[in-house]
Design a protein around this ligand. Sequence first.
Ligand SMILES: [Zn+2]
Ligand SMILES: [Zn+2]
Length: 282
Amino acid sequence: MIAAETCARIAERPWEWPWWRMTKEDAVILPWIILIHVTALIGLILFPLPGWPILLGAFALAWIGGLGTTVCYHRAIAHRALTLKPWALMILTFFAVFNGSGKPISWVSGHRLHHASADTDNDISSPRHGFWWSHLRWLWQAGIPDSVRFCPDLDSPRYRIWKYLQPPVLALSYFGGLYFGWAAFFWLGSIRLVFALHAQCFVNSICHTEPTAALGEDSSRNVRWLGFMHFFQGENWHRNHHARPGSAQLGWGWRQPDLGYLTICALEKIGAAKDIRRLRRV
Ligand SMILES: [Zn+2]
Ligand SMILES: [Zn+2]
């Protein structure tokens, strides 16, 4: 059981707050989420069919951003299931930040707390507190877990620097498409960001809803349909992941596609990844 002071906010039962209540430390998150949704809606109305080049560009950015989150943030940094060369870590972190996944230290702190307290009241993103809490609200209401406690290994410039780089990278992510015209502005920016946000958030809200699990029992689920939204990068095999959190493989066998793991194998081949903890060894 994790002590509540590792994430002081949890003791205040923030899931009982109204959804719009923000705290100073998270004050930019809700306005950012509202901004990208409103802009995406306008974009879908004005440019419902942007053309193949723009669609492929948005897909490519969401694709590599998803790899940044699952391969770099999740498997390499949070669980140490592989080691990435510094250049690969920098590139994948850039695209994770570009895709709206946040800074590595805050992502990993929250995720390690999730594993340490899954299915208890201290789990900061548990659907036991409601769908919208686990899907979105915890992002701006749960507070930031104690990174000294959860991420002492990330106390280095290569991770801390993203606190300063995140605002300009997100500005580039939101506005950058404008270079290619208005349709690209909406599709490469806010529409892609909204898609990426919900694809990730479904892991918290949908993949922890095993109906037979009592409080304190493993509620994680493998959700096959979510694989389509994740471009088959593997995060939808969440029950597998809770059973073997140290494994670099989330999909077990060919029936469970895991392109994140195949990417790791490809990175190993070119010398960008090593020390891969495969399923049989964990
Ligand atoms: Zn989980
Ligand atoms: Zn994990």
